[in-house]
Write a protein of this length. Structure first.
Length: 99
């Protein structure tokens, strides 16, 4: 089971606000997911199966060709940003290193 303190830490890092009841619900949901993952892991030969990207074959879809079109310059992209470092938008860190 995932400890509630760990969920609270991750919620704080991701800037979520949750009440105590929501943490209990989330803890229960993670417990179900972990049990399901354990069951799936017990299926013989599961490690030889390639992961799927879609639950069904999608034969009715035709993807368009990539085309070069109009694009924004770096300056246009950054003109509404308050925090810019090396031509990139700086955002607050939400995940600590080593987590």
């Amino acid at each position: 089971m995932i400890e509630k303190d760990k969920l609270k830490k991750y919620a704080r890092l991701l800037m979520f606000e949750m009440d105590e009841e929501e943490y209990t619900t989330l803890q229960d949901e993670f417990d179900v997911i972990l049990k399901q993952m354990d069951l799936i892991g017990q299926i013989e030969g599961i490690d030889k199966v390639s992961p799927m990207t879609f639950p069904f074959k999608n034969t009715d879809v035709t993807l368009r060709e990539d085309e070069v079109g109009d694009y924004l310059t770096v300056g246009e992209v950054l003109e509404n940003s308050k925090h810019i470092v090396d031509d990139q938008v700086k955002v607050p860190r939400v995940v600590e290193e080593g987590e």
